[in-house]
Design a binder for this molecule. Structure first.
Ligand code: AP5
Ligand code: MG
Length: 192
């Protein structure tokens, strides 16, 4: 099963993916975490990514897709992935569909975490990652609206979108996501 966690900065994609990885055996793949790993190791990719991340802009699609292609080719991806922060543009979504098709796979569900904007801002203000200063958070939210939100309609049209209330306790939200994923894994028998 391959699942995309979609949602604005601070919506809890990373928090929920960590929990779901432990409970489902799906592998958590976060493009933000991969870029931060490169950054920490001082690779060429990390140096390039930083110039975009510091401004809250997206790293170019080709670079991001190549990194994901490489990650999905690693041996630990057996039962599927929980993609966190990818795709983030329609071009990335198209590339992901191609990438999975090459493997004879597809996206089984796109879980949209819905959270009020003021809650997002408060959550990120309380965390303190390098790109959590108010100016960059504003830019990240704007980039989400402009470039990533169109994916809501994109996946809705393809029948994959599942909306989940992303407010409340971490445990409550996990429960909602797990219920959504279980329904996909065990579809109720058709009535006819
Ligand atoms: P990325 O690392 O993906 O950041 P983001 O999408 O802005 O999201 P965050 O990681 O801030 O939020 P989250 O939804 O994971 O929430 P979290 O669980 O951490 O991307 C960073 C940058 O990398 C981008 O700006 C871009 O430059 C680049 N990049 C990444 N992917 C890319 C791509 N595909 N294409 C191009 N560029 C890309 O939670 C947030 C906080 O809230 C935490 O402190 C958490 O403890 C808290 N929290 C979580 N849940 C709850 C809850 N239920 N109640 C209270 N607090 C909660
Ligand atoms: Mg995250």
């Amino acid at each position: 099963m391959n699942v995309v966690l979609l949602g604005p900065p601070g919506s809890g994609k990373g928090t929920q993916a960590e929990r779901l990885q432990r409970r489902t055996g799906l592998i958590h793949v976060s493009t933000g975490d991969l870029f931060r790993k490169h950054l920490g190791e001082g690779t060429e990719l990390g140096v390039l990514a930083r110039t975009f991340m510091d401004r809250g802009d997206l790293v170019p699609d080709e670079v991001t897709v190549e990194m994901v292609r490489h990650r999905l080719g690693e041996d630990d991806i057996l039962r599927g992935v929980l993609l966190d922060g990818f795709p983030r543009t329609v071009a990335q979504a198209d590339s992901l569909a191609d990438l999975l098709e090459e493997r004879g796979e597809r996206i089984d569900a796109v879980v949209l975490l819905e959270v009020d904007e003021q809650v997002l801002v408060d959550r990120l203000a309380g965390r303190g990652r390098a790109d959590d200063n108010p100016e960059t958070v504003r830019a990240r939210l704007e980039v989400y609206r402009d470039q990533t939100e169109p994916l809501v309609a994109y996946y809705d049209e393809r029948g994959a979108l599942r909306r989940v209330d992303g407010e409340g306790t971490v445990e409550d939200i996990s429960g909602r996501i797990e219920a959504v994923l279980q329904a996909i894994d065990n579809p109720s028998p058709s009535k006819c």
